[in-house]
Design a protein around this ligand. Structure first.
Ligand code: DP6
Length: 351
């Protein structure tokens, strides 16, 4: 299967190539936690693509021996190099032409660098979009979004869900035709109108570096006492969630989304070594959201990544009342009262 992504045609090498793409972050509803082989997920996941939180990457490629430079906001960033080096090594058998180019990569994020928001998804997606744009120029073939997602996955698993579509599913799932462990597939057509312009307000409880890197985190699922049950549950949750997305069933959406977030954290609390990645303020926010939902019937819920920040998900028609809740009660739990307003977006775009 992987071999399908190996470039079959000869390319006509050009002296130089330039492009610029932006790709968004995404927020998982059914979580990817656990991997094997070369970036293969232990269970299928699904996410909403975000809009405002994006990485913008420009790449200039010059014919010559393969290497690269990496700048963030115009400043050389040698600390980013190992991840990009590993990425180029992983993709080189699928895009052999990269070995004939030196790449100058310049990147920036629309969200603050130290916001505790993972940038690996948006950055690996943006870089993969640039690489595939070059490949399309060199081969004359149309842009291949499946291969773009395939390459992004080799950089960071969740990145493969940041390329195309408002909702993206990644990982083999019996109830989803065309699903694959190798790339994400666009599930936008699933979304009931209630999810159109769905909001994600990210409450920044902890803007620090990740306590547990994703590599360490995924590894904790190997030999985890509850791993097998968790992976099975993800399949079932995905089936239930897809039905809810289609029917516009917010009650079920909330039930699965919140349970997935808490399960992700429960997995980390019950692994060896164990971690608590929530902060007291994370719990305070969750309690406030539950109380608000009970008192007002506004269908707002939360999800969490592998950290302390809280993503509040809700239909856009409730934006005003949720804004008020944040202003009156939740901002005080955020570092420097910071939060980011985002919503569902459509994926990577050429700039
Ligand atoms: C908790 O995609 O960051 O956000 O493949 O090692 O780069 P790597 O992991 P990464 O893991 C993301 C995990 C998560 C859940 C999710 O996005 O599905």
């Amino acid at each position: 299967m992987e071999d399908n992504f190996k470039l079959g045609t000869e390319v006509d090498l050009k002296e130089s190539l330039t492009t610029k793409w932006q790709a968004p972050s995404n927020i998982a509803l059914v979580k990817y936690w656990g991997k094997h082989g070369v970036q293969l997920p232990a269970n299928p996941s699904i996410s909403f693509t975000l809009d405002a939180c994006r990485t913008i990457t420009s790449v200039h490629a010059r014919k010559g021996s393969h290497s690269f430079s990496i700048r963030y906001e115009g400043v050389e960033k040698p600390e980013f190099a190992p991840k990009i080096k590993a990425y180029f090594e992983r993709i080189s058998s699928y895009c052999p032409w990269i070995n004939n180019y030196y790449f100058e990569i310049d990147t920036q994020n629309t969200f603050p660098h130290s916001s505790g928001i993972a940038s690996s998804a948006s950055s690996m997606a943006a870089l993969s979009a640039c690489v595939m744009d070059f490949e399309s120029t060199l081969t004359g073939n149309a842009l291949d979004y499946h291969k773009m997602s395939f390459l992004a996955r080799l950089g960071s698993g969740s990145a493969c869900r940041s390329l195309q579509g408002e909702a993206v599913l990644w990982g083999e799932h019996n109830d989803t035709d065309g699903s694959s462990n190798l790339y994400g597939i666009d599930q936008s057509e699933l979304l009931h109108p209630v999810f159109q312009h769905f909001q994600d307000t990210i409450l920044l409880v902890d803007k620090g570096e990740k306590v547990v890197s994703s590599t360490v985190g995924h590894d904790l699922m190997n030999n985890h006492a509850y791993a097998r049950a968790r992976f099975e549950q993800a399949h079932e949750n995905l089936t239930t969630l897809k039905k809810a997305l289609k029917a516009g069933d917010l009650k079920t959406f909330i039930k699965i989304t919140e349970s997935e977030a808490l399960t992700l954290h429960a997995m980390m609390m019950t692994s060896h070594p164990y971690f608590i990645l929530m902060k007291p303020n994370t719990l305070s926010i969750i309690e406030e959201i539950w109380a608000f939902r009970k008192n007002t019937d506004v269908p707002v819920c939360f999800t969490l990544d592998a950290g302390a920040n809280v993503h509040m998900l809700y239909p856009s028609e409730h934006k005003m009342s949720v804004d008020q809740l944040i202003h009156n009660k939740l901002a005080k739990y955020c570092q420097n009262s910071h939060y980011i307003c985002d919503q569902i977006g459509t994926g990577a775009k050429k700039c």
